[in-house]
Ligand binder design. Structure first.
Ligand SMILES: [Zn+2]
Length: 396
């Protein structure tokens, strides 16, 4: 392991959502709307109490990020965007910050923002007016708000104390996406982030019931976790295997079936490359400033000369695909490769499972059902057993 890698793993604190770290979520965001004033796009949040959000801008793509401390979402309504705003997402960014990300149609800056107290039947409101800007003005606004986003990094959650292995193999399950990054969206309103968490919990229960495994989740609730933190968790608990769980989406609604991916700088095919690019966008969706991300993750690729990790990842994938095929629909070519950030663990064998297509009716039904989730976890359980038996036979 090189010096840079050691630095990374010493420096990274592990974020795992444990119940005890939950803080009181005092504020409820009860509604939101977009409107127009004479010269601005108005964004209004209805809130249960007074808030003073941190607001900052990001470029490439242009976004405005609104972080509300100690808040949670209390409305199911989706609203239409208008004016300068092209879309929005929201979710728990860290245990004490609720994040809303506005995608901008074109450069814009905050003209003014202010709180309105509750009056009569109206609740507390927070208003942000956006006005069109030149790209130079936008660049300046990004620079001006840089301090805010730096002071607003994800909270450091407690480092997990790895328990003694006691002869148990350690497995880290990674439910894809979370918080302001919903992953792919199904037509029925089901989000990838919700389905992956359910499947991962089902797999955990099944694997732990065998008594052979200690299983950790990279997240246990709907919260954002960066790619690097996901695989750093695997490192910190000395994991023997890392399994990232995802759900795919595609325009062609007829396409269905699961695929198991392992890491390769060069994708096995165009479709795999497209998928990896999409999955790697997580941090952009969640309003993370990639300009501040050092190239630790790309450095790690060099370490992948550690052939054994890659060999074992492929070994597990090859065992897993036929087991999955026995339970659920799989692609003809069930094992493929691409450059997924979340699989860049230098010494923990890692796979990413696209369990099916949320855009296909049958797949969506299967993925959202208890029965479908059971089938997937059964296949994974059998494959995990076989994989470790194979390693044992090889004396590892
Ligand atoms: Zn995904």
């Amino acid at each position: 392991m090189t010096y840079s890698l050691k630095c990374l793993f010493v420096a990274v604190f592990i974020l795992v959502s444990v119940g005890s770290s939950l803080q009181a979520q005092d504020i409820k965001i009860e509604g939101l709307r977009f409107g127009k004033t004479a010269d601005a796009t108005r964004f209004v949040l209805d809130v249960s109490g007074q808030i003073n959000p941190r607001v900052f801008m990001l470029s490439n793509p242009n976004r405005i990020v609104i972080d509300v401390p100690n808040a949670n979402w209390g409305t199911k309504k989706n609203v239409k965007v208008s004016g300068l705003v092209a879309g929005y997402r929201h979710g728990l960014f860290s245990s004490d910050v609720y994040r809303i990300v506005l995608d901008l149609k074109s450069a814009a800056t905050v003209k003014n923002r202010f709180a309105l107290p509750a009056s009569g039947r109206r609740s507390n409101r927070y208003v942000i007016d956006l006005k069109p800007a030149t790209s130079a003005q936008f660049v300046k606004a990004v620079a001006d708000t840089r301090k805010i986003r730096i002071s607003n990094r994800e909270t450091r959650a407690p480092v997990i104390e790895p328990r003694k292995k006691n002869g148990k193999r350690v497995i880290v399950l990674d439910p894809g996406h979370g918080g302001p990054d919903p992953g792919t969206l199904g037509r029925s309103g089901a989000n990838e982030k919700t389905i992956t968490l359910k499947i991962a919990k089902e797999i955990k229960a099944r694997l732990e019931a065998t008594g052979r495994y200690k299983v950790y989740l990279t997240r246990t609730r709907d919260i954002f976790v960066r790619h690097r933190r996901r695989f750093a968790l695997a490192k910190s608990v000395d994991a023997d295997l890392f399994i990232s769980v995802h759900v795919d989406a595609i325009d062609n609604k007829k396409v269905r079936g699961g695929t198991v991916y392992t890491l390769n700088e060069r994708a096995s095919d165009k479709e795999a490359a497209r998928l990896a690019a999409k999955e790697n966008r997580s941090e952009i969706l969640a309003g993370v400033d990639l300009a501040e991300t050092t190239d630790e993750v790309s450095n790690i690729l060099i370490e992948l000369a550690q052939r054994e990790t890659l060999n074992n990842s492929a070994r597990f994938a090859e065992i897993l695909v036929p087991e999955m095929r026995g339970q659920v629909r799989m692609h003809k070519r069930g094992h493929r490769f691409a450059n997924f950030l979340v699989l860049k663990s230098p010494d923990v064998p890692s796979v990413l499972i696209e369990t099916g297509y949320i855009t296909n009716r049958e797949d969506a039904r299967m993925l959202s059902s208890k029965e479908g989730q059971r089938r997937i976890s059964k296949a994974i359980n059998i494959a995990v057993d076989k994989y470790f038996d194979t390693l044992l036979a090889l004396g590892r």
